[in-house]
Design a protein around this ligand. Sequence first.
Ligand code: FES
Ligand code: FE
Length: 443
Amino acid sequence: MEDLNRETVQLIKQKMEEGLFPQWIVTDPEIYKLEIKKLFSRTWHFLGHESELKEPGDYVTRWIVHDPVLMVRSTDGKIKAFLNSCTHRGVRLCTADCGNKKTFTCPYHGWTFNLDGELIGITLGNKVYGEKMKKEEWGLKPIPRVESYRGLIFANLDPNAMPLKEYLAEMTWYLDILLGRTDKGMEVVGEPQRWVASGNWKITYENFTGDPYHVMTTHRSTIEVGITPDHSHEPERLAHQVVMSHGHGISVGTYKEKPSRPYQRTPKEMWPLFERNLSPEQNELLSRAFVFTGGIFPTFSFVSPMHGIEGELYNYLNFRVWRPLAPDKVEIWSWFLMDKEAPEDYKQKAYKGYIASFGPSGTLEQDDTVNWARIVEASKGYMVIDKTLSYNNLNNYLMGWDKVEPDDNFPGPGIAYAGFVDAVSSNIHKCWFELVFEDWLNA
Ligand code: FES
Ligand code: FE
């Protein structure tokens, strides 16, 4: 086997330009190291939603891949994020998932930090360190950039990264529909659930962002048992996949005509809120939609579907973080969100719909997880890890390749294609390649 060298990288590029993707890349340890160094260190990562930190002192512990993060609402009401590592010997400072505190004390030697990350207490203080040690130099290390959009808090380890809003680019138009459709917006209900699965983050991200093609096979049984909508009695359907800047993308499933129960079957009293808060184009799209599934590169995905219990379907918003643990392992984080103004009874039923579908034991979740694990299982053998591609170990991203033209009638920004295409997935690969290899190739 050859090592990763310039020739190998050129070959990757060449194959991607032909609509193909070498399978060895998915779980290769060397690639994973490069992703940590070049990609995750420069992209925006979802930390949480502002509704999770309501009061001063509220905190959550999160991760930016392998960097532990402590995010707090400080006494001045601002949200701040620090490396969750004590500055004395590096102990992970706070291990609780969430809570409310005035200070954080390290369990090892007792150093104490306030909500602004300042070191305010040292065990035995000046007696052991003398007057010279300046406490202000030993505060928690702030995460270089923390910004939010529509309540979504993202962080970036690169102090020179472009602003979040610029990074989100076309996606803001769709986030406005999902999160800004009501006067009071969305809130997280409960705490995020999380579990570890066998899989690679590129595959899980692609699954939500650019692969509606899998739904009819992988999730067919959920229609048969009534968890997922059976559209056969509804008007004609349309599916659009939208390519966006920086590796983001969305799939929008709509009915061609306004269905008998528009706005994803939300309660009628909410419809005037949607009309009031959205532009005519956004409102029209939402009224005909049955599902939105998308992703903000590299590790954040979302889905706004309809899933049901007891023969009825409910709409909710689910956020995902695919936190890489290893080339072949992800920690999946999953948040349930609901419009604050939704009726209480609706919220509860929608939550049950979420648990049955995309919760850790949900049917759709299990459907997907097994496929991601099977990709890992089949990607470690000699024929797949051959970097010279002599066994033709290439994955196929040719759907719609050079055949499908963008649909200019789609109302949202980005390049929209009608039907199933691999354009969003190919765009993900292009952005991935640029971050991981471009400067290396140009060096
Ligand atoms: Fe935290 Fe020593 S490691 S006080
Ligand atoms: Fe799926």
